[in-house]
Design a protein around this ligand. Structure first.
Ligand SMILES: Cc1cc2nc3c(=O)[nH]c(=O)nc-3n(C[C@H](O)[C@H](O)[C@H](O)COP(=O)(O)O)c2cc1C
Length: 366
């Protein structure tokens, strides 16, 4: 199953294995521009049915981690072209992840006070410039609430970023609505205390998500649009929101009629609740279209999710860090290079080491 082609409307992939989005913070400075080294990294991994790039901020204020690649300037578009043409040379496909971090930032990264649904902060840290020089983890700053005009402008920024992505040669975009970033800050009650059309009821709290989806569909077409959510992950929030499960079913219902390329569930990073089978069934009942699942998957677990009908596509993150040829290793049952402590050290920032120096498996035939 994993190695079969998959298609839905105008979206098609050569196999069901996706590379999950992973921030690696290796852009060229100034300007956070994608470069040749990134092109090599993605090219090495292009046998994935779909590469989903690291999160790409859609505007200056959308940035929350230093050295992450933007998708809002001419330079960004030119830089990403190197990446997409390297992937295409290998016959691969790629969606870029469109990212607005909202409050998970600091003025030293975003260039101004971070923005969110409401002026509320939780204890949280992001990767940014240290007061003493160099980069490291810094505490986020209290955000200010977006005005209605600014919400419209943010929706327009997502649409423009999607157009830029197509100009840069991407096959589509994945909207980042997971992991406690801006769109999820609107979804959750603890971070959204607005009393206008974007706060209060579930319908109001999901309004920004749907407006972004619709604007991006208008810009580039539904078969090039996907969205990532993480109702079971408690990242960037102090408390779990027990209503997220119901809200996500409402979201899935609303998305089903929009015929996106896929709906992506990120299931377990940092603090999270286990996903139960009932949730998977409830989502399937309202969402017959393509579903992608990611989070600590093994080949076996991924196959089970597809066989049971809970997923159509499966995404792997850390296994792709150390195994650029993950698809071939799964296919031939070759051993995997372990994601060890050394691999963890070179995740964010730095040079080629731990980035483009993981070799493909060399089988020895006797
Ligand atoms: C270094 C690193 C960076 C990540 N950056 C992103 C990101 O930019 N956007 C996102 O949605 N998820 C991000 N994730 C989460 C991964 O997409 C994935 O969901 C997670 O690693 C779990 O999958 P795995 O167990 O297969 O690694 C990141 C994970 C890692 C390890």
């Amino acid at each position: 199953m994993l190695f079969n082609e998959f298609e839905f409307d105008g979206f098609s992939v050569a196999n069901r294995i996706a590379m999950a989005p992973m921030t690696r913070s290796r852009t060229s400075q100034p300007g956070d521009v994608p470069n040749e080294m990134m092109a090599t990294y993605y090219q090495q991994r292009a046998s994935a049915g779909l590469i989903i790039t690291e999160g790409a901020p859609i505007s200056a204020v959308a940035r929350g981690y230093s050295m992450t690649p933007g998708i809002y300037t001419e330079q960004h578009i030119a830089g990403w072209k190197k990446v997409t043409s390297a992937i295409k040379q290998q016959g691969g496909k790629a969606f870029i992840q469109l990212w607005h971090v909202g409050r998970r930032s600091h003025a030293s990264i975003a260039g101004e006070q971070p923005v969110s649904a409401s002026a509320l902060k939780e204890p949280d840290q992001v990767f940014g410039p240290l007061p003493e020089g160099g980069f490291g983890m810094i505490e986020t700053q209290t955000p200010r609430a977006l005005t209605l005009e600014e919400i419209s402008a943010t929706v327009a920024d997502f649409a423009q970023a999607a157009k830029n992505a197509i100009l840069a040669g991407f096959d589509g975009v994945e909207i980042h609505a997971a992991h406690g970033y801006l769109i999820e800050q609107f979804l959750r009650r603890s971070s959204n205390q607005r009393n206008d059309g974007y706060g209060g009821s579930r319908e109001n709290r999901m309004r920004l998500l749907l407006e972004v989806v619709d604007a991006v569909i208008d810009a580039i077409g539904a078969d090039k649009v996907a969205i990532r959510v993480s109702p079971h992950v408690i990242e960037g929030f102090a408390e779990d929101d027990t209503e997220m499960r119901m809200l996500m079913i409402d979201v899935a219902k609303a998305l089903a009629e929009r015929r996106l390329a896929y709906l992506h569930f990120s299931e377990n990073i940092s603090r999270y609740n286990e996903v139960d089978e009932q949730f998977r069934r409830d989502i399937r009942a309202v969402y017959p279209n393509p579903i992608m699942v990611a989070g600590k998957l093994t080949q076996e677990r991924a196959e089970q999710l597809i066989e049971k009908g809970y997923a159509d596509l499966v995404a792997f993150g850390t296994p792709f860090v150390t195994n650029p040829d993950l698809v071939a290793r799964f296919k031939h049952q070759w051993p995997l290079a372990e994601f060890d402590a050394d691999a963890r050290l070179t995740l964010y920032g730095g040079d080629e080491v731990g980035y483009i120096d993981y070799p493909a498996y060399q089988p020895t035939y006797i």
